[in-house]
Design a protein around this ligand. Sequence first.
Ligand code: AMP
Ligand code: FE
Ligand code: FE
Ligand code: ZN
Length: 269
Amino acid sequence: MFRADLHCHTTCSDGTLTPEELLHRAKQEGLNGLSITDHDTVAAYKAAIPLAATLEILLGVGVEFSSILRDTSIHILGYDFDLESPAILTLCQRHKKRRQVRNQRILERLSRLSMLIHEEELLAVGKGTVGRPHIAEIMMKKGYVRTMKEAFDLYIGDGKPCFDPGEGISSEETIWIIHQGGGKAFIAHPHILKHQNKLKELLKLPFDGIECYYSRSLPGNESRFLRIAKEKGWLISGGSDFHGDIKAHVPLGCSWVDEACFHQIFQRL
Ligand code: AMP
Ligand code: FE
Ligand code: FE
Ligand code: ZN
């Protein structure tokens, strides 16, 4: 049976496997298709494209952009865009700058609570898109917290004392840029939205699809989002949101889409 995992991360963002290791893992798991959706970068594709061909894994182009919809953080999956699109590459660069400023502010806030981390330490851990999971990792290493969860729950999670949202890029603009790059924009993990009103607002935006199958989503949610996709005439996506060891309870391929779904999304292949 054809299975494609359309949501996973590598060391190019906050995953723990390199793009090459991820593809070998996908082969081991018997996956036929994959999309690598690193946060705010497409750097994985340079190494991933030739290896996927060798391993005979269908690789669909993807990315997971952070965006802001009136003060709420919204993750948007972009699929099947042109990897050389200037619009997409410029957005990745904007995120890189946004994150540099934001990470500095978070480190500044942590230092006020006597948790000292130098920028160089952070850059030594994060090789591509650097964010809060990398900061949490150093907090653990230095003994400031015991677990990743503790770092987020007490200090750097949304709205916590050392959190900084950074200068946000709107959901509307993000969708527009994905479209400019010839791609399709999907609402990522809609079940984590705390307020129903936010989902309603999101459903008014010109998305092309919604992530219906997700590692920790309950079956009840799946049918709800499948119904929404049908009503809106949107495409359906799904994946594990695999991050490797830092989220060891989420294995690659634990959520997936079938062949028909895959080919509806990835028409450039
Ligand atoms: P950032 O992109 O810097 O805002 O960091 C967000 C990333 O941190 C998410 O994509 C998750 O991988 C991770 N994350 C968010 N919340 C938590 C949490 N409570 N515990 C562990 N990891 C988290
Ligand atoms: Fe992540
Ligand atoms: Fe996400
Ligand atoms: Zn993700």
